[in-house]
Write a new protein. Structure first.
Length: 269
């Protein structure tokens, strides 16, 4: 039996401390971020690397292996033997980081038998922390940084339990206003045909999943490429808040540590 609360606390400290290392670079007026290009042409900065080193070191005290976006590529023959593992995105939303719009996160998830059982998402610019575990529930805590060292009990007492009671009319959809795929537009149009008003929200990185988990939005359709580390932490938070992430059939949940680490298209609701 996994001690969710123990490992949740370790993941929280790792995420918050990684957020501090990211902010040190983000707020440095002389920093050029040292942007590189990965094989898929996505950007990689020294903040991604610094956060990955810190998280990998922090999680190494646990008995579980780590699958990280910025870690070394691990063959499926080896990964397939991992019943429990960490899935990490040390800086989700690198493009947002480079644009300096603040909508980037640190994502850490613990996955057991293909399903997320624990998740932490930290928003360094806002000092907002989303955390959840299957046996603990889902929470949002505002105002935490690496200078504060609250216990797990103190964090739960100060945090807001998710979902929050947020009243809104009609259906609120999280989707990009400027980069909607044809499939996303068709999905939203179909919602409108159901007779309820539809409102669009826009956000970067894994924050979209958090908006549904907390109750600010009702649904997040994603008909574009993502990887397992983009969703695993948010998936754990959504589940603990009473939501889930389904494939487009809206009944088959996403699975993790697959041979192909790409996610299928999905819907959070």
């Amino acid at each position: 039996m996994i001690d969710n609360e123990k490992y949740l606390y370790i993941a929280i400290r790792a995420a918050v401390d990684a957020g501090k290392s990211i902010m040190d670079i983000y707020t440095d007026p002389d920093s050029d971020f040292e942007i590189e290009r990965k094989a898929d042409n996505s950007p990689l900065t020294k903040a991604d690397k610094a956060a990955n080193r810190l998280i990998t070191s922090a999680l190494s005290v646990t008995p579980f292996p780590i699958l990280s976006e910025e870690g070394k590529e691990i063959a499926f023959a080896e990964r397939s033997k991992w019943e429990t593992l960490w899935i990490v995105d040390p800086l989700d939303g690198t493009k947002e980081f480079i644009k300096r719009n603040g909508e980037f996160t640190v994502n850490i998830a613990l996955v057991e038998k293909g399903g997320p059982v624990l998740g932490v998402i930290y928003v360094p610019v806002r000092k907002e922390l989303y955390f959840a575990a299957s046996s603990v529930g889902a929470y949002k805590l505002v105002g935490i940084d690496s200078d504060s060292q609250p216990s797990m009990d103190e964090m739960r007492q100060k945090a807001i339990r998710l979902p929050m009671s947020l009243a809104h009319q009609g259906t609120v959809v999280v989707a990009s206003r400027s980069h909607q795929s044809e499939e996303t537009i068709a999905f939203i149009d179909n919602l409108r045909k159901q007779g309820k008003p539809v409102t669009l929200m826009s956000s970067g990185s894994s924050l979209k999943i958090c908006l549904v988990a907390e109750g600010s939005a009702d649904i997040y359709p994603r008909f574009a490429p993502t990887m397992e580390w983009d969703t695993a932490a948010g998936h754990a938070i959504a589940r603990a808040a009473g939501c889930d992430i389904y494939q487009v059939d809206q009944k088959t949940p996403l699975r993790y540590n697959k041979e192909d680490l790409h996610n299928p298209w999905f819907i959070v609701r």
